[in-house]
Design a protein around this ligand. Structure first.
Ligand SMILES: Cc1cc2nc3c(=O)[nH]c(=O)nc-3n(C[C@H](O)[C@H](O)[C@H](O)COP(=O)(O)O)c2cc1C
Length: 174
């Protein structure tokens, strides 16, 4: 699928069937994440692939919403502040930018395989740290839900709600 079509196709899916995701597809998605760019190429990320009942239950405890109950695959995207690039001029930590890029790359990879995905950040990060044995320097950034959508037409049916180009794009300066 060409990139423009893929970006148009990706939507947040919040209605899934329980059908497990094939290992080959999980590997393809993770490979697309592995190839993501990062500041200084430091790749300050770790991914926890969660398919077990115990792991999925732990995710539900961190983000208790009924719609995630059937989700067969979660990717817990974590950052390592010890590995991220800090800009010398102002010490800005680029971890969040790196993770934002890899997260969208994973979602696009899932979409390309006709899998639904949703980025979840509104979860209990302290509980997540505990349940997934995270070391001190690792922080949970996002949970990605991935699965076959209950409605395979969700990709074409869902309208994108976005600001208009003239509201967000400026030419040459503010
Ligand atoms: C950083 C980030 C955090 C998000 N957190 C959540 C979340 O906790 N729960 C949720 O249902 N959707 C979450 N979303 C999905 C957004 O609501 C969704 O991307 C946005 O409404 C645009 O819709 P679309 O993804 O269908 O294009 C998040 C998206 C981003 C980028």
């Amino acid at each position: 699928m060409i990139f423009l079509e893929l970006v148009q196709k990706r939507v947040s899916v919040r209605d899934y069937i329980t059908h497990p995701i094939e290992d080959e597809k999980i590997n393809q998605i993770m490979e697309m994440g592995r190839l993501a760019p990062s500041a200084h190429n430091y790749q300050p990320w770790r991914f926890v692939v969660i398919t077990s009942e115990k792991g999925r239950d732990s995710i539900f405890r961190c983000y208790p919403r009924d719609w995630i109950k059937p989700v067969p695959l979660f990717i817990l995207v974590c950052g390592n502040r010890d590995e991220s690039w800090k800009r010398k001029s102002d010490d800005k930590d680029h971890l969040d930018i790196d993770l934002g890029i890899v997260i969208e790359q994973l979602c696009l990879a899932a979409t390309d395989l006709d899998l639904g995905s949703c980025i979840i950040c509104n979860f209990d990060t302290d509980l997540c740290r505990t349940l997934f044995n995270m070391p001190e320097n690792i922080e949970p950034e996002a949970i990605l839900s991935i699965g076959y959508p209950a409605d395979p037409d969700v990709f074409i049916k869902t309208q994108k709600k976005r600001k208009g180009i003239s509201e967000i794009v400026l030419r040459e300066s503010f």
